[in-house]
Each structure stands twice: as C-alpha cells, then as structure tokens.
Design a protein around this ligand. Structure first.
Ligand code: NAP
Length: 248
C-alpha cells in the first residue's frame, strides 16, 4: 500500500516536463491521477498509460486552466470518472518573456491568466470537495523567479509571486478544515520551458547555482510527494525551494 493509496490527484499540465514526473510519482505512491493538458494530447495519454501500467486509474483531460468554464467541466468529468480530488497539484504554467517596456497588455494578461488566475480558479473549484472530506492537499508550482525577480520576466515573476501570497492566505483559511496549502519554488529545471533561453544565459544561471547544475523534474516531484503525503499535515503555508542553492 502506497502512502497515497485511495487518493485521487489532479496534476495540471501533467503530460510533460515537471508535471509528468509529478503525475508518475503520485501514481507510484498509490494515487489515481487526472492528467490535465492543453495542446499535447499524446504525451498526456502516454503518462496515463504508464500510470495504468502501475495499477492505478488515470484519465487525461484537455482544459485551458485560464478558462473557468473549461475548469469546471474538467472538475465535473474527473469527479464522474475517478471521484473527488483530494490532491491538487497546480503545475501548469507558461512564460512569455519581454522587457517591461516592450511587454504588451496581451502578453501580460496571458501569463497572469494562466500562471495565477488559472491555478486559483482550479483550486476554487476543487476546494469544497476537500473541505467536505476534511482532508486535502493543494500544491502550487511557483518559481525562484517569484522570489528574486528576473530580467524580462515581470509578468511571470508577478504571477509566481502572487502564487506565494495566495498560498499563505489560503493556508490560513483552510488549515482547520484539514486542507494544507503549500508551494514549491523550483529553480532552473531541465524541461521544454527552458528551450527558448539562450545557452549562454543558462550557463550563467548554472554558474550561480550552488550545486552547479540544472535540476531534474524528478527532484521537484519528490518535494510534491512530501507535501501530498498524510505525514505532512503540519506543513502549511510554506514554500519549499528546489533550486540547487540558486536562491536562499
Ligand atoms: P513545460 O515543460 O513547458 O510544461 C508546461 C505544461 O503546462 C504542459 O503540460 C502544458 O500542456 C501545460 N499548460 C500550459 N498552458 C496551459 C493551460 N493554459 N492550461 C492547461 N495546461 C497548460 O513546463 P515545466 O518546465 O514542466 O513547468 C511546469 C511548472 O513549473 C510551470 O508552472 C513552471 O512555471 C514551473 N517552473 C518551471 C521551472 C523550470 O525551470 N522548468 C522553474 C520554475 C518553475 P501541453 O502539454 O498540452 O502543452
């Protein structure tokens, strides 16, 4: 019996990158998993196949988390297919980098909608089910950029900083209802999100990182597993850095 057996989890953006590692780790710990995606159905279905091979239930759900109607439809379907979600990993996120002077209203809003309002609204839709059962885990994927800022990423850093503030306020509202709310702040993790970064810029980051390398998605998934576990009931409102010592 895994520590999450009998639990149902939803991982937004669970088909690729960090989300994929999280979905698989939750399933290995015994959870059934809903895998949300936006554009890439094939990798999401592949993750579901891998989860089913582990003996757990899994379904892929296409939904734009920035669209509240799609969120509610996803929640309705996952509850119908798998049951009430008790572990929510708000992982999906995007970057649209530009210096602030060149940033358009559209790009600003797109990142805020996907990276801040989306996670808040998915949580809003799932929280009543957790409160009703007096047990839940909400995990937000913030970023080191939400803590230290970054050139060309005002939109992203505001969204990710907002998630940290949301984590702390929501943790206070839900603590006595059996629901913990925490955030993970990864540093630079080897996924597609880094593919547009110039190699020199990436090298500079690695040089500033105490461990001297990029992180791997599995290393973020381990922190999620801890926060999701029944043993982490006294951990709420916290931000766990998984950044190789880039920011302390
Ligand atoms: P990634 O490889 O680019 O994957 C992003 C995932 O988000 C994909 O599964 C994508 O779905 C999904 N997604 C994007 N927009 C969506 C939307 N509107 N609705 C639903 N799903 C959406 O990114 P990653 O590196 O794994 O990042 C995962 C999370 O960690 C993000 O929140 C990111 O900000 C955060 N993070 C990453 C790093 C890093 O260095 N990699 C560092 C700090 C924080 P499709 O597969 O359908 O495209």
């Amino acid at each position: 019996m895994g520590m999450l057996s009998g639990k149902i989890s939803l991982v937004t953006g669970g088909g690729r990158g960090i989300g994929r590692a999280i979905a698989l780790a939750l399933a290995e710990a015994g959870s059934d998993v809903g895998v949300n995606y936006l554009q890439h159905a094939a990798p999401a279905e592949e993750v579901c196949d891998q989860i089913r091979a582990l003996g757990r239930r899994a379904r892929a759900y296409k939904a734009n988390i920035a669209n509240d109607d799609e969120n509610h439809e996803m929640v309705r379907r996952i509850q119908e297919d798998l049951g009430v979600v008790q572990v929510l990993v708000n992982n999906a996120g995007i970057t649209r980098d530009k210096t602030f002077v060149k940033m358009t209203y559209e790009i600003w809003k797109e990142v805020l909608d996907v990276d801040l309002t989306g996670p808040a609204m998915v949580t809003h839709a799932l929280l009543p089910g957790m409160i009703e059962r007096n047990w839940g885990r909400v995990i937000f994927m913030t970023s080191v950029i939400g803590q230290m800022g970054n050139f060309g990423q005002t939109n992203y850093s505001v969204a990710k900083g907002g998630l940290i503030a949301l984590t702390k306020s929501l943790a206070r509202e839900t603590a006595k209802k059996g629901v913990t709310v925490n955030a993970i702040a990864p540093g630079f993790i080897r996924t597609d999100i880094l593919k547009d970064m110039p190699p020199e810029a990436l090298q500079k980051i690695v040089a500033q990182t105490a461990v001297g390398r990029l992180g791997e998605p599995d290393e973020v998934a381990e922190a999620v597993l801890f926060l999701a576990s029944p043993k982490a009931g006294y951990v709420t409102g916290s931000v766990i850095n998984v950044n190789g010592g880039l920011y302390m």
